[in-house]
Design a binder for this molecule. Structure first.
Ligand code: NDP
Ligand SMILES: O=C(O)C1=N[C@H](C(=O)O)C[C@H](O)C1
Length: 268
């Protein structure tokens, strides 16, 4: 069976990689691809935009999404257009694979509510390596407990608009939960000036932005006389795009609910 996929944010850095990744799978048919109404490339074939063979699918204004047929929408855009797309998917009963990061609390609540009606896979990172790292961090944090200070360092390209990355926040949530805390109550996102000594209860975040760094994350467990670091480095966006397309095939078969990449990979 072939799953009909649409892509939101199709002309972006990830969107173009998603077009390529979709073309590599025989179980997926690309049926639509969306960008904002002001996009200069509207009407162009998205295969050409992605630097591969023509797909027969032209880049369309996302305000026309409701009039388009698809089984699953793969969204790597921005929070506001992503939520507009979520409403369309909920109305249609289409599944969603969400890669976008940086939602407000209210936007995340709306995503959570929509999972009563449709299947949604939401992951801040669709690489297999990061999802395995989440499990390693959970185990390390639980084993090391209060004796080790937890710091999370992430690095991304100069164009990234949200910080810390969605992946860094997820790594922080997992580490906090594994040590009996809630990230909202222990996260430190910036340090400057006379900060005083480190509060042992905190989880610190450091953000690097520069050049073309695809995505790097380290969770550091710093103890007395030793340090453990769990690091993942992505060197190609195809690793995210391939994972998201795998999630699209999986999502089309699921009942309404909130899933993550661990569910898709059978790690959860
Ligand atoms: N989960 C994961 O594995 C990963 C997640 N991401 C996340 O994906 C998101 C996108 O990243 P990236 O591709 O680098 O960003 P880009 O800025 O390259 O792409 C975002 C795209 O969203 C489009 N967009 C803006 N408004 C609309 C609209 N109204 N309707 C449809 N599309 C719209 C933009 O198109 P236009 O030019 O028309 O405005 C743009 O092409 C980010 O949140 C990032 O954190 C990134 C990599 C991996
Ligand atoms: O914006 C990006 O590029 C990335 N965003 C994701 C995030 O915020 O975690 C995942 C990846 O690291 C690349």
């Amino acid at each position: 069976m072939t799953t009909r996929v649409a892509i939101n944010g199709a002309s972006g850095r990830m969107g173009r990689e998603l077009v390529v990744a979709c073309g590599k799978r025989e179980d997926l048919e690309l049926t639509a691809a969306f960008a904002s109404s002001g996009n200069d490339a509207l009407g162009l074939d998205v295969g050409r935009l992605a630097g591969v063979a023509e797909t027969g699918v032209k880049l369309a204004d996302s305000s026309t999404m409701g009039a388009t047929d698809f089984d699953v929408l793969v969204d790597f855009s921005l929070p506001d257009p992503s939520i507009a797309a979520l409403r369309v998917c909920r109305d249609k009963g289409a599944a969603m694979v969400i890669g976008t990061t940086g939602y407000s609390g209210a936007q995340q609540d709306e995503i959570d509510a929509a999972t009563r009606d449709i299947a949604i896979v939401q992951a801040p990172n669709y690489s297999a390596g990061v999802n395995l790292s989440l499990d390693l961090v959970r185990r390390a944090a639980a084993a090391l407990g209060d004796d080790f200070d937890i710091e999370i360092i992430e690095a991304h390209h100069r164009h990234k608009v949200d910080a810390p990355s969605g992946t860094a926040l997820k790594l922080g949530e997992v580490a906090a939960e594994a040590t009996g805390r809630h990230l909202d109550e222990c996260a430190v996102y910036a340090r400057q000036g006379h900060t005083g000594a480190r509060d042992r209860n905190t989880i610190g975040f450091s953000t690097v932005r520069g050049g073309d760094i695809v995505g790097e994350h380290t969770v550091m467990f710093a103890g007395e006389g030793e340090r453990i670091e769990i690091t993942h480095k992505a060197s190609s966006r195809q690793t995210f795009a391939g994972g998201a397309m795998r999630a699209a095939v999986w999502a089309a078969e699921q009942r309404a609910g909130h899933y993550d990449m661990g569910d898709v990979l059978g790690l959860s």
